[in-house]
Write a protein that binds this ligand. Structure first.
Ligand code: UD1
Length: 416
C-alpha cells in the first residue's frame, strides 16, 4: 500500500461521521503521563500518529491498550523511563508534548528532538522558556532536550507567539508545580481547551483556556479519569472542502460547529452553501467557485492546517485568490504538485497567488506532508481523469479511514 489512485469528476454525496481530533488525542494521551491510576480516553482516532505515541509510551514502560475501536486505556507507573527514543520520536512532532507531562510527573525528561511534518523549522524556544521560568533547568544535548527540576514555582509566562505546543507543555507541567502560573498570549485552539478539561477532571486547577490568559494553580498530584476527545475540526474542514470542490452535497456528523466557523466563512465566500444543524453540518457545493483571499492565523483565525486544502479549491475558482501563510514558513510545497495537475499558482515568500483555471487534470503527484496530501486527494477528486498520489504515509498520520470515508460518499479512490 503506497499510493492512492483517484478517478476524478464525481460529485460527492452522503454522510460522513467525523473522528476524534488528532491534535487533541495526541496531547491528551501525552497528558495521561501525569495521572496516577488508569486514564480511559474515548473518541481516539486510529491514525499513525496516535499509534506511534502509544508505542513510545509502551516503550517507556506504560501500559497502553485499545479497549474498543476508539477507546484507549493508559496506565503510567512511577518508575516510567523518562527518555524518549530517537527512532520513534523522529516520526512524530507531537512526541515533544511528553516534555511537559514527563517533567511534571518525574521532575526529569529527556525528549529526543521531534520529527513530524516538513513545514518549517518549528523551534521549541517558547516551550523551553516556559519550563525554565517554572524552575526547570533545560539544555540541548546530543539531539535531546533535557529538563531537570530545580526549585519549582508558578510564574507569569508571556509567549511571544501563541504556540499551541508551548501552551500545552507549560499547562501540563504547571498543573503540578506549586503556586500560580499565568500564561499570557496563550494559544486559544479548541485542542488546548480539551486538554484543560482533561487535566481539570484529573484534579488540576486551570482557568481561562479559550482566552489568551490561562491561570493554573498547581496541585500535588493528578488521578486517572475517563475523557472523550473533541471531534477533529480539520477533518471536518477537509470533507467540507471536498463537497465544495466536487460540487457535491455532504452532511458531516459529530461536529462542533463553533470550532469550524473560520472555515465555514471562507467556504461561503467561495460560493458554497453551508447549513448548521445541531452537531451536523451540510455543505452544498456551488457550480461556480468564487476566488477568495485568506490569511492563516492562530485560532480563531483561519487554520494553517486547512490552507493546502483551500489552495486546491481555489485552483478551480473563477478569478484570482491571494493566500498568506502566517504560521509556518514552508507550507506552500503542495503548490508545485497542484501545478502538475494544471493549477496556476505563484508563490513568493509567505504569499501564494492562485489564478483559477476551469479544470485540473489527473497525473502522478506526491504528498509532501499531511495536509498537502489531503489537498492532493481533494484536487484529484475534482480533476479530469486518473491521479496517483504517492508518499501517502503522510496522509495516514492524520486521517482515520480516509479511503473508506470518501468511498462511502461516492468517490472513486483506492489504495494500490
Ligand atoms: C500544532 C498542531 C499543528 C498546527 C499548529 C498550528 C499539534 C500536534 N499540532 O503544532 O497541526 O498546524 O499547532 O495551529 O497540535 N514556534 C516558535 N517557537 C516555539 C514554538 C513554536 O517559534 O517554541 C513557532 C513555530 O515555528 C510556528 C508557530 O510558532 O511558526 C506555530 O507553532 P505551534 O503553534 O507551536 O505549532 P505546533 O504546536 O507545533
Amino acid at each position: 500500500m503506497n499510493k492512492i489512485r483517484v478517478i476524478g469528476g464525481r460529485p460527492l454525496t452522503g454522510k460522513v461521521r467525523i473522528s476524534g481530533a488528532k491534535n487533541a488525542a495526541l496531547v491528551v494521551i501525552a497528558a495521561s503521563v501525569l495521572a496516577r491510576g488508569e486514564s480511559i480516553i474515548e473518541n481516539v482516532p486510529h491514525i499513525r500518529d496516535v499509534e506511534i505515541l502509544l508505542d513510545i509510551l509502551r516503550g517507556l514502560g506504560a501500559e497502553a491498550n485499545w479497549l474498543t475501536d476508539d477507546t484507549v486505556s493508559i496506565r503510567v507507573p512511577d518508575n516510567i523511563n523518562h527518555r524518549t527514543p530517537y527512532e520513534k520520536a523522529k516520526l512524530l512532532r507531537a512526541s515533544n508534548l511528553l516534555l511537559g507531562s514527563m517533567a511534571g510527573r518525574k521532575g526529569v525528561a529527556d525528549i529526543s528532538l521531534p520529527g513530524g511534518c516538513n513545514i518549517g523549522s518549528r523551534p521549541m524556544d517558547l516551550h523551553l522558556k516556559g519550563l525554565q521560568l517554572l524552575g526547570f533547568e533545560t539544555r540541548l544535548e546530543h539531539g535531546f532536550i533535557k529538563a531537570r527540576a530545580g526549585t519549582l514555582h508558578g510564574r507569569d509566562i508571556y509567549l511571544d507567539f501563541p504556540s499551541v505546543g508551548a501552551t500545552e507543555n507549560i499547562m501540563m507541567a504547571a498543573s503540578v508545580v506549586p503556586g500560580q502560573t499565568i500564561i499570557e498570549n496563550a494559544a486559544k485552539e479548541p485542542e488546548v481547551v480539551d486538554l484543560a478539561n482533561f487535566l481539570n477532571a484529573m484534579g488540576a486547577r486551570i482557568r481561562g483556556t479559550g482566552t489568551d490568559v490561562i491561570k493554573i494553580e498547581g496541585v500535588p498530584e493528578l488521578k486517572g479519569i475517563r475523557h472523550a476527545v473533541i471531534p477533529d475540526r480539520i477533518e471536518v474542514g477537509t470533507f467540507m472542502t471536498a463537497a465544495a470542490i466536487t460540487r457535491g452535497q455532504v452532511v458531516l456528523e459529530n461536529v462542533i460547529p463553533t470550532h469550524v466557523q473560520p472555515i465555514i466563512a471562507k467556504l461561503r465566500e467561495s460560493g458554497a452553501k453551508v447549513r448548521e444543524k445541531g452537531d451536523c453540518i451540510e455543505v452544498i457545493g456551488a457550480s461556480r467557485i468564487i476566488a477568495v483571499d485568506l490569511k492563516t492565523m492562530p485560532y480563531p483565525g483561519f487554520p494553517t492546517d486547512m490552507q493546502s486544502q483551500f489552495m486546491a479549491l481555489l485552483s478551480l475558482a473563477e478569478g484570482t485568490s491571494v493566500i498568506v501563510e502566517n504560521v509556518f514558513e514552508n507550507r506552500f510545497q503542495v503548490a508545485d504538485e497542484l501545478k502538475r495537475m494544471g493549477a496556476k499558482i505563484k508563490v513568493e515568500g509567505h504569499t501564494a497567488v492562485v489564478k483559477g483555471v476551469p479544470r485540473l487534470y489527473g497525473t502522478c503527484v506526491k504528498a509532501s506532508d499531511l495536509r498537502a496530501g489531503a489537498a492532493l486527494v481533494l484536487a484529484a477528486l475534482a480533476a479530469e481523469g486518473e491521479t496517483e498520489i504517492s508518499q501517502i504515509h503522510h496522509i495516514f498520520r492524520g486521517y482515520e479511514n480516509l479511503v473508506e470515508k470518501f468511498t462511502s460518499i461516492g468517490a472513486d479512490l483506492q489504495l494500490i
